[in-house]
Design a protein around this ligand. Structure first.
Ligand SMILES: N[C@@H](CCC(=O)N[C@@H](CS)C(=O)NCC(=O)O)C(=O)O
Length: 205
Protein backbone atom coordinates (compact mmCIF):
# COMPACT_ATOMS: atom_id res chain seq x y z
CA UNK A 1 0.00 0.00 0.00
CA UNK A 2 1.10 3.56 -0.62
CA UNK A 3 2.47 5.38 2.41
CA UNK A 4 2.85 9.16 2.49
CA UNK A 5 5.39 10.73 4.80
CA UNK A 6 4.14 14.23 5.50
CA UNK A 7 4.34 17.12 7.91
CA UNK A 8 1.08 18.94 8.72
CA UNK A 9 0.58 22.10 6.71
CA UNK A 10 3.91 21.78 4.91
CA UNK A 11 4.28 21.25 1.17
CA UNK A 12 3.43 17.54 1.47
CA UNK A 13 -0.15 18.81 1.71
CA UNK A 14 -0.10 18.86 -2.12
CA UNK A 15 0.64 15.14 -2.33
CA UNK A 16 -1.83 14.35 0.44
CA UNK A 17 -4.58 16.25 -1.38
CA UNK A 18 -3.77 14.44 -4.63
CA UNK A 19 -4.04 11.03 -2.94
CA UNK A 20 -7.36 11.96 -1.38
CA UNK A 21 -8.76 13.50 -4.57
CA UNK A 22 -7.70 10.35 -6.43
CA UNK A 23 -9.53 8.09 -4.02
CA UNK A 24 -6.26 6.26 -3.45
CA UNK A 25 -5.73 3.66 -0.75
CA UNK A 26 -2.87 4.95 1.37
CA UNK A 27 -1.42 5.24 4.84
CA UNK A 28 0.01 8.34 6.46
CA UNK A 29 3.15 8.68 8.50
CA UNK A 30 3.64 12.00 10.22
CA UNK A 31 7.11 13.54 10.36
CA UNK A 32 7.49 16.34 12.89
CA UNK A 33 9.79 18.85 11.22
CA UNK A 34 10.09 21.01 14.34
CA UNK A 35 11.36 17.99 16.27
CA UNK A 36 13.83 17.24 13.48
CA UNK A 37 12.33 13.85 12.65
CA UNK A 38 13.22 14.44 8.98
CA UNK A 39 16.89 14.08 9.93
CA UNK A 40 16.64 10.83 11.92
CA UNK A 41 18.43 7.77 10.51
CA UNK A 42 15.04 6.06 10.10
CA UNK A 43 13.67 8.81 7.89
CA UNK A 44 16.93 9.44 6.05
CA UNK A 45 16.79 5.78 5.02
CA UNK A 46 13.49 6.62 3.31
CA UNK A 47 14.46 10.01 1.90
CA UNK A 48 18.17 10.81 2.18
CA UNK A 49 17.36 14.45 1.36
CA UNK A 50 15.70 14.72 4.76
CA UNK A 51 12.56 16.51 3.58
CA UNK A 52 8.90 15.68 3.20
CA UNK A 53 6.97 14.53 1.25
CA UNK A 54 8.06 11.01 0.40
CA UNK A 55 5.71 8.43 -1.03
CA UNK A 56 6.58 4.79 -0.41
CA UNK A 57 5.26 2.50 -3.14
CA UNK A 58 5.63 -1.23 -3.85
CA UNK A 59 8.48 -0.34 -6.20
CA UNK A 60 10.32 2.09 -3.97
CA UNK A 61 10.15 5.65 -2.72
CA UNK A 62 9.18 8.68 -4.78
CA UNK A 63 10.17 12.15 -3.59
CA UNK A 64 9.31 15.65 -4.83
CA UNK A 65 5.71 16.83 -5.01
CA UNK A 66 6.03 17.34 -8.76
CA UNK A 67 6.80 13.65 -9.27
CA UNK A 68 4.35 12.36 -6.67
CA UNK A 69 1.46 14.35 -8.14
CA UNK A 70 2.08 12.93 -11.60
CA UNK A 71 2.50 9.39 -10.23
CA UNK A 72 -0.75 9.58 -8.27
CA UNK A 73 -2.58 11.03 -11.27
CA UNK A 74 -1.22 8.41 -13.65
CA UNK A 75 -2.01 5.49 -11.36
CA UNK A 76 -5.54 6.81 -10.69
CA UNK A 77 -6.60 8.01 -14.15
CA UNK A 78 -10.30 8.01 -13.28
CA UNK A 79 -9.70 11.03 -11.02
CA UNK A 80 -8.64 13.21 -13.96
CA UNK A 81 -5.96 15.01 -11.94
CA UNK A 82 -3.65 15.44 -14.92
CA UNK A 83 -4.49 15.65 -18.63
CA UNK A 84 -2.17 13.04 -20.12
CA UNK A 85 -3.91 13.04 -23.52
CA UNK A 86 -3.09 16.62 -24.48
CA UNK A 87 0.67 17.13 -24.76
CA UNK A 88 0.38 20.89 -24.57
CA UNK A 89 -1.87 20.83 -21.51
CA UNK A 90 0.46 18.32 -19.88
CA UNK A 91 3.47 20.55 -20.55
CA UNK A 92 1.64 23.57 -19.12
CA UNK A 93 0.84 21.61 -15.99
CA UNK A 94 4.48 20.59 -15.62
CA UNK A 95 5.59 24.19 -16.14
CA UNK A 96 3.26 25.49 -13.42
CA UNK A 97 4.23 22.73 -10.97
CA UNK A 98 7.96 23.06 -11.70
CA UNK A 99 7.74 26.82 -11.20
CA UNK A 100 6.11 26.35 -7.81
CA UNK A 101 8.80 23.88 -6.75
CA UNK A 102 11.77 25.87 -8.03
CA UNK A 103 10.67 29.49 -7.63
CA UNK A 104 7.56 30.15 -5.53
CA UNK A 105 8.34 27.63 -2.76
CA UNK A 106 11.94 28.77 -2.15
CA UNK A 107 10.91 32.45 -2.21
CA UNK A 108 8.07 32.23 0.30
CA UNK A 109 9.95 29.63 2.32
CA UNK A 110 12.88 32.04 2.72
CA UNK A 111 10.56 34.90 3.74
CA UNK A 112 8.56 32.94 6.30
CA UNK A 113 10.59 29.96 7.49
CA UNK A 114 14.28 30.92 7.48
CA UNK A 115 16.14 29.65 10.53
CA UNK A 116 17.04 31.89 12.26
CA UNK A 117 14.06 34.02 11.14
CA UNK A 118 14.86 36.96 8.89
CA UNK A 119 14.39 40.34 10.48
CA UNK A 120 14.14 43.98 9.44
CA UNK A 121 15.24 44.93 5.93
CA UNK A 122 16.27 41.36 5.07
CA UNK A 123 12.76 40.10 5.90
CA UNK A 124 11.12 42.97 4.01
CA UNK A 125 13.22 42.26 0.95
CA UNK A 126 12.48 38.52 1.07
CA UNK A 127 8.75 39.22 1.37
CA UNK A 128 8.87 41.66 -1.53
CA UNK A 129 10.64 39.10 -3.69
CA UNK A 130 8.14 36.40 -2.71
CA UNK A 131 5.15 38.63 -3.42
CA UNK A 132 6.53 39.31 -6.89
CA UNK A 133 6.17 35.56 -7.51
CA UNK A 134 2.55 35.66 -6.31
CA UNK A 135 2.01 38.58 -8.72
CA UNK A 136 3.28 36.36 -11.53
CA UNK A 137 0.87 33.60 -10.55
CA UNK A 138 -2.04 36.01 -10.13
CA UNK A 139 -1.51 37.85 -13.41
CA UNK A 140 0.00 35.26 -15.76
CA UNK A 141 0.26 31.63 -14.68
CA UNK A 142 -3.14 31.14 -13.06
CA UNK A 143 -5.77 30.59 -15.76
CA UNK A 144 -9.00 30.28 -13.78
CA UNK A 145 -11.35 29.26 -12.48
CA UNK A 146 -8.93 26.44 -11.62
CA UNK A 147 -5.19 26.87 -11.77
CA UNK A 148 -4.90 25.35 -15.27
CA UNK A 149 -8.27 26.42 -16.64
CA UNK A 150 -11.72 24.91 -16.78
CA UNK A 151 -10.82 21.62 -15.10
CA UNK A 152 -9.69 20.93 -11.57
CA UNK A 153 -6.24 19.29 -11.48
CA UNK A 154 -3.45 18.24 -9.15
CA UNK A 155 -1.96 21.71 -9.58
CA UNK A 156 -4.82 23.19 -7.54
CA UNK A 157 -3.88 21.23 -4.43
CA UNK A 158 -0.25 22.25 -4.90
CA UNK A 159 -0.98 25.97 -5.33
CA UNK A 160 -2.96 26.17 -2.10
CA UNK A 161 0.08 25.13 -0.08
CA UNK A 162 1.58 28.50 -0.88
CA UNK A 163 -1.58 30.60 -0.85
CA UNK A 164 -2.40 29.13 2.57
CA UNK A 165 1.04 30.13 3.88
CA UNK A 166 0.69 33.63 2.44
CA UNK A 167 -2.81 34.11 3.83
CA UNK A 168 -1.76 32.85 7.26
CA UNK A 169 1.08 35.38 7.22
CA UNK A 170 -1.30 38.19 6.23
CA UNK A 171 0.36 38.52 2.82
CA UNK A 172 -2.43 37.39 0.48
CA UNK A 173 -3.97 40.83 0.07
CA UNK A 174 -7.49 40.58 -1.39
CA UNK A 175 -7.01 43.62 -3.61
CA UNK A 176 -3.66 42.55 -5.01
CA UNK A 177 -4.48 38.84 -5.37
CA UNK A 178 -8.23 38.50 -6.02
CA UNK A 179 -7.94 35.40 -8.18
CA UNK A 180 -5.59 33.56 -5.85
CA UNK A 181 -7.85 34.36 -2.90
CA UNK A 182 -10.96 33.12 -4.69
CA UNK A 183 -9.09 30.00 -5.77
CA UNK A 184 -7.91 29.23 -2.25
CA UNK A 185 -11.47 29.46 -0.92
CA UNK A 186 -12.75 27.27 -3.74
CA UNK A 187 -10.13 24.56 -3.26
CA UNK A 188 -10.43 24.50 0.53
CA UNK A 189 -14.19 23.97 0.10
CA UNK A 190 -13.65 20.72 -1.80
CA UNK A 191 -14.67 17.69 0.28
CA UNK A 192 -11.36 15.88 -0.31
CA UNK A 193 -9.38 18.92 0.81
CA UNK A 194 -11.56 19.35 3.89
CA UNK A 195 -10.85 15.71 4.81
CA UNK A 196 -7.12 16.21 4.36
CA UNK A 197 -7.09 19.36 6.47
CA UNK A 198 -8.97 17.60 9.24
CA UNK A 199 -6.66 14.59 9.21
CA UNK A 200 -3.61 16.89 9.36
CA UNK A 201 -5.18 18.77 12.29
CA UNK A 202 -5.59 21.94 10.25
CA UNK A 203 -8.47 24.23 9.37
CA UNK A 204 -9.30 26.22 6.28
CA UNK A 205 -7.54 29.56 6.52
N1 LIG B 1 10.74 20.48 -3.78
C1 LIG B 1 10.43 19.63 -2.66
C2 LIG B 1 10.56 20.44 -1.39
C3 LIG B 1 10.53 19.58 -0.17
C4 LIG B 1 10.72 20.44 1.10
O1 LIG B 1 11.53 21.38 1.11
N2 LIG B 1 9.97 20.11 2.16
C5 LIG B 1 10.05 20.84 3.39
C6 LIG B 1 8.67 21.09 3.97
S1 LIG B 1 7.71 22.19 2.95
C7 LIG B 1 10.83 20.06 4.43
O2 LIG B 1 10.56 18.90 4.64
N3 LIG B 1 11.77 20.72 5.12
C8 LIG B 1 12.49 20.13 6.19
C9 LIG B 1 13.90 20.59 6.26
O3 LIG B 1 14.37 21.29 5.34
O4 LIG B 1 14.55 20.23 7.23
C10 LIG B 1 9.02 19.06 -2.85
O5 LIG B 1 8.14 19.77 -3.35
O6 LIG B 1 8.79 17.88 -2.54
Amino acid sequence: MLKLYYSPGACALASHVALEEAGATYELHKIDLRQGQQKTPEYLAINPAGVTPALATDQGVITQNVAILTYVAQTHPQAGLVDFDDSFAFARMQAFNAWMASSLHPAIGKALFSRPPLEGAARDEAIEQALAKYDLAEQHLFVGPWALGENHSATDGYLIVFTRWARQAGLLDAGRFPRLNAHLDKVQARPAVARVLEVEGLTAV
